[in-house]
Structure formats: C-alpha cells, structure tokens
Design a protein around this ligand. Structure first.
Ligand code: NDP
Ligand code: HSE
Length: 471
C-alpha cells in the first residue's frame, strides 16, 4: 500500500461497523466496553466504531447495562452480518455460529470470536475462508480468557521452536477442584457456584468432561507445532471421576489435583524428532502414531502436581500456562481464564487489531500447518502414575505387587504402606494401604500395570489412580 493510500484510509470518516453476535456473559461485557471506551478505541484505531446491531435469541430482554440502544437488538443475525466491517461472534457452539462467520467473511467482514468449540471442530475451514475472503480471523479469547497467549504463540514465538505446553486452561474445573481441596465442597455445589459466576459453558458438561479444555489444547497445539490438531485428536478425561479419595490421596502426597492440558513434542526414538519429516498425517497409520516415529502428544486429564509447583497455586477460576521453547526457555502466562470482563478484554484487543487492519490495510497471520507432525496415541505419552491400593496384609503381597510393575517394565519410585483397620465383613484378615508412585513410563505400560494389579487376588481394591505431572 502506498503512503497516499494509507493517508486516505487513515482519514476515513465513515465509522467501522461492528456487529455483535450474542449478548450473554461475554457479549454483555463486550458491548459495555465498546460503548464505555468508545473515545479511546477511536483514538487507538484511528477511526470510530459503530455498533450496527446485536444478534440475540430474546430481543425484548432488558439489556440496559450494555449501553446499547434497544432498537439495535435483533434476532436476524444472517442479515446483520451482511452490513458489518467487523463481526464479533460470542454465541458459542457450532451452528449457527459457523454459518454466520462464513457469511460475514463472504461479505468482507473480519471476524473476532471466542468460540474454541467451533475452532477445534472446524477451524481449518474458517481459516481458509478468511484467507480466500482476504479478511482477518482473530480468536485470542478462545483460550485462557484474558491471558494474552495465542498472539505470543502466533507471533512472538513464531521464530522459536515450542517444545511443550503445560497448563490449566479451564476456569470452571479449576474452581471446582480448588473448592473441593480447600473447603471440602461437594462436586455438584462447586459446579453450581462456577455457573453462577459466569465461568461455565452454557452446558457445564463441556467443562467438567474436559471438552472445553480439549478444544483449547487443540488450538494451542496447532499454533505451537504448526500442525492441524482438532478436538478429536486430543486425549480427554474430565474431572467427574475425581473422587474425595483422590483429593485426599493428593493431599497426603503434598500434591493438588488439577485438570491439565499438555501439548508436547515427542522426539523419535532415533534421537531426532520428525519435524518437517516424512511422517505426514496422510501416510497410512501415522496419525495413530508408532513407537519410533516421534510426533506430538496432546492430552487433557486430571493430574497430581506437587504443592510447590507454580501451577498448584493457581486458585479459583484462574488459568496459567507454561510454554517451553527451544531458545526462549520457560515462559509462564497467568491470569483470569473465564468470566465476562476478562474475556471481553481479549476480544477488544482483537477488535482493535482487526480494525486497524481495516483502516491501514494488511491482515494478521493465517493458519500455519506446514510441519504436519503425526499425532501420537495416549498410550505413547510418557507420564508417571500415583496408585493407591487396598491390599491383604500377608506375606508375599508386596512382592506380587512389585512383580506386576516389573512385568510391565514400570519402575517404582516410592512405596508407602500403612495398616488399615480390618474390614467388618472379614474381621480376621489384615488390611493395608499401599501407595505406589512410579517413575516415567509409557501410559500404555502404566495402564496395563493397573489392570494387572486389579486382577491380583490379594488386591482388594484399586482406590485411586492418578497421573503425576509437574516435576
Ligand atoms: P452465553 O450463553 O452467556 O451467551 C450466548 C449468547 O448468544 C446469548 O446472548 C444468546 O441470546 C445468544 N444466542 C444464542 N443462540 C443464538 C442464535 N441462534 N442467534 C443469535 N443469538 C444467539 O455464552 P457466553 O457469553 O458465556 O459464551 C459465549 C462464547 O464465549 C462461547 O463460545 C464461549 O465458549 C466463549 N467463552 C466464554 C467465556 C466465559 O467465561 N463465559 C470465556 C471465554 C470464552 P439470549 O441472550 O437472547 O439468550
Ligand atoms: N467455560 C470456560 C472455563 C470459559 O471455565 O474456562 C472460558 O473459556
């Protein structure tokens, strides 16, 4: 663009037209910030913004706190996106959000969205549409609320090689686990509190079953490893099976339980890794991975972490993400991961960025997937287990348990035995609790060991199994 073009565009008098799709927890905060901060936003962009409509399901609901004229609320989102320069999508879910975003782009609008579910389900189609329509697609708010994380990955760290991302990326589950640990709150009560505070998704199953964190992990891994990773590629376990016994077991180990998102590059067993190499996803079985190829592992599951680890101190609905890159070393991002205002902050940042492009020309970075690394199965992930067993207290039991580990090539790091009071149903039999923490092994070997332990006649029950991370 020539200097003359730039000057002409910068002095445009027509405001940039903003269409807001959705006015719930996040949309309400976005609308309010757009109206309250209009003067500063104009100065920062070089052009005023004008809200031309807000699409909702219930147009007659009182939304005076937004500061938006009541006549601008509409149920006709399809029409609204045809007359905007920038569309902010905060409806959530797959449809109609996807069709509206695609239609908006077709009409020349840049799009800002917080919709991780849609990006993880069908991101490539949206990135391609943005490219074809020569518009921006920004989505900072889709992962970790207010925390600037995607732009650092997409831009600041793009000259480096990211090795690992380890983080708490779901506020609701962190809130629930924190309350269970610190106040002894029940699971259901803690979820209700998170919903009331506006952290949870419309259907909190997405949070507690780990779908929300898995979608975020897919977005992070795609950006970090220049490889397409979708929600279906992410191994996922939520927190609904985390029991009071698990929380207690963690406390006894001086650990806390957190729902973690882990994205890591696994070198090939030959020593190098398969970066840019021949293990493309298109090649036969490579997506399922194989032991020697190397690739990336993307997973979401609860794990124990030591109380001394910085992630253990992440309380309430806060999020925190460690990024480890080849040259940068370790970086930590921390802040509010959910809620209306924090999420709106990230959205407004994106709005300013795409609006500036509308004023002076140019576009932000598009999708980068040139590495096409294979995505490994959960069985190939390397991790450690904490296993609590209720066993018969008789000679040879410890030896049997140790043999089950040895047969699966899993090395034991620590064992702790404690006598338990006899079971009222078999008062003559001695009982003990055995707590075993392993060294690192493949998840497949660890999981097979647990199956073998459960099948031992001397093991009365496997009372808690949890992965251990953060060392
Ligand atoms: P809400 O459920 O609070 O709000 C959804 C909004 O979309 C409502 O205003 C609703 O209208 C409107 N809506 C629903 N369906 C339609 C439709 N078919 N046409 C027009 N409008 C519709 O969701 P949130 O604000 O919590 O979340 C929005 C997005 O932001 C989601 O993608 C979510 O994942 C993401 N996000 C949320 C965060 C949070 O902390 N809540 C944090 C980060 C991201 P009405 O008001 O009339 O019901
Ligand atoms: N439901 C999500 C959470 C909102 O609890 O983290 C932020 O993406």
């Amino acid at each position: 663009m020539s200097q003359t073009d730039r000057t002409v565009k910068q002095t445009r008098t027509r405001p940039l037209r903003i269409a807001l799709l959705g006015c719930g927890v996040v949309g309400t905060a976005v609308a309010r910030l757009l109206t309250d901060n209009a003067g500063d936003l104009t100065a920062r962009i070089g052009c005023p913004l004008e809200i031309v409509g807000v699409a909702v399901r219930r147009p007659d609901k009182n939304r005076s706190e937004t500061g938006v004229d009541a006549s601008l609320f509409t149920t006709d989102a399809e029409e609204l996106v045809t007359r905007a320069d920038v569309v902010i999508e905060v409806i959530g879910g797959i449809e109609p959000a996807r069709s509206l975003i695609l239609a908006a782009m077709k009409h020349g609008a840049s799009v800002v969205t917080a919709n991780k579910a849609l990006l993880a389900e069908d991101g490539p189609r949206l990135y391609q549409a943005a490219q074809e329509c020569d518009v921006d697609l920004y989505y900072e708010a889709s992962v970790a609320g207010a925390i600037p994380l995607l732009r650092p990955l997409r831009e600041s760290l793009v000259g480096d090689d990211v090795r690992r991302i380890l983080g708490i990326v779901n506020g609701t589950t962190n809130y629930v686990l924190d309350k269970m640990d610190t106040t002894g709150a029940g699971f259901g009560d803690a979820v209700e509190q998170a919903q009331a505070l506006g952290y949870a998704e419309a259907d909190p199953t997405a949070d507690v079953e780990g779908f929300d964190a898995a979608a975020k992990a897919a977005i992070l891994a795609s950006l970090a490893f220049h490889t397409r990773v979708g929600a279906k590629d992410v191994y996922r376990e939520g927190i609904t099976d985390v029991s009071a016994a698990d929380i207690r077991a963690a406390r006894e180990m001086d650990c806390v339980v957190k729902l973690l998102a882990i994205c890591e590059r696994i070198p090939s067993s030959g020593g190098g890794d398969s970066k840019g190499g021949g293990d493309s996803k298109g090649g036969g079985d490579s997506k399922a991975g194989n032991d020697s190829a190397g690739g990336i592992s993307v997973r979401v599951h609860p794990a124990m972490i030591p109380r001394t680890h910085p992630l253990a101190g992440v309380r309430e609905a806060f999020n925190a993400v460690f990024v480890e890159a080849e040259s940068a070393g370790q970086l930590m991002f921390y802040g509010q991961g959910a809620g209306g205002d924090p999420t709106a902050s990230a959205i407004l940042g994106d709005v300013v960025a795409v609006a500036r492009h509308k004023v002076v020309g140019g576009r932000g970075p598009g999708e980068s997937t040139y590495q096409e690394l294979p995505i490994l199965s959960m069985g190939q992930a390397m991790t450690r287990y904490h296993i609590s067993l209720d066993v018969a207290d008789r000679p040879g039991v410890l030896a049997q348990v140790a043999l089950a580990f040895a047969e699966h090539n899993v090395s034991i790091e620590t064992v702790r035995q404690q006598l338990l009071s006899p079971d009222p149903d078999s008062p003559d039999e001695g009982r003990a609790s055995l707590v075993v923490v392993t060294h690192t092994a493949s998840d497949a070997a660890l999981s097979a060991t647990v199956d073998a332990l459960a099948a031992l006649s001397t093991v009365r029950a496997v009372t808690s199994v949890m992965r251990v991370e953060g060392e």
